[in-house]
Ligand binder design. Structure first.
Ligand code: CU
Length: 260
């Protein structure tokens, strides 16, 4: 997130910061938010409404924990600054059934297309004040915090997935390619802010703490991660590798930020 924020500052003279999307404020009406209202200062809004669609299995058809009914869009975003934006990578694991396949099996071939969104009140309803407060006050350690934040279960998307699926669509519903929709960065800035808020309830015990293995959902099985494991950004971005320990405090280098 920090590297993403740095890039327009370093390359384009942007003086601002990366704003967060405060889900609870718009949980009952995401389309009413300044971020997603489709206006000139938004990041574009809903997709064009496509009638007659079925529900979507979230997180995926093999684990159909929630049947999310079709939302208020479904097609290409048709107003605001990203109206003509092209998504080029993927799809890799999209839940949207109308996306043309990528010419390369790894999903990294050129596949230019519009951004599709399907704003979903069912999904945003799991990012309410009640949900976020319960996450922050009810998670005694980082393991509990992670599970409550991001492990869906039958009938429940949880806050992280609820926030992602608030826009759904393409690339938003694609586990691996969701950063191709700019919404990702505003959503994940809020994830970072909620984690930071949780940390600050007990900085002594929560600033440097970690749980889980090196692989997502431990597949394939790997050892537990440690604070000394290194995070890489790839050489092409020009950011130094840092350890998880170095990345665990927002008030240490290279970050130095707080949330307002
Ligand atoms: Cu995410």
């Amino acid at each position: 997130m920090w590297a993403y924020e740095q890039t327009p500052r370093n390359e384009c003279g942007y003086k601002g910061y990366l704003p967060y999307y405060n889900w609870p404020q718009w949980a009952d009406n995401p389309k009413g938010s300044p971020l997603l209202d489709g206006g000139e200062r938004s990041i574009s809004g809903d997709g064009k409404y496509v009638p007659g669609r079925n529900y979507t299995c979230v997180p995926n058809p093999n684990r159909c924990f929630v049947q999310v009914e079709a939302g208020s869009g479904g097609g290409c975003v048709n107003s605001g600054p990203f109206k003509k934006w092209q998504v080029n990578l993927g799809p890799i694991s999209t839940l949207n059934t109308t996306v043309p396949l990528n010419p390369s099996p790894d999903g990294l071939g050129y596949n230019a297309r519009c951004i599709k969104r399907d704003l979903s009140k069912r999904s945003s309803s799991e990012t309410s004040d009640k949900d976020v407060t319960a996450l922050i006050t009810g998670s005694a350690n980082i393991s509990a915090f992670q599970s409550t934040l991001q492990n869906p279960e039958p009938g429940k998307l949880r806050v992280h997935l609820g926030g992602h699926n608030t826009i759904g669509g393409d690339a938003g519903s694609d586990f691996y390619n969701s950063p191709s929709d700019p919404y990702f960065w505003f959503h994940h800035a809020q994830i970072d802010r909620v984690w930071w808020t949780w940390q600050n309830q007990n900085l002594k015990d929560r600033r440097l703490t970690i749980a889980g293995t090196l692989t997502f959902q431990n597949a394939p099985p790997t050892r537990n991660a440690t604070l000394d494991d290194v995070m890489t950004m790839g050489d092409y971005l020009g950011f130094k590798n840092i350890t998880i320990k170095e990345a665990s405090s927002t008030l240490a280098g290279p970050f130095y930020y707080i949330y307002e």
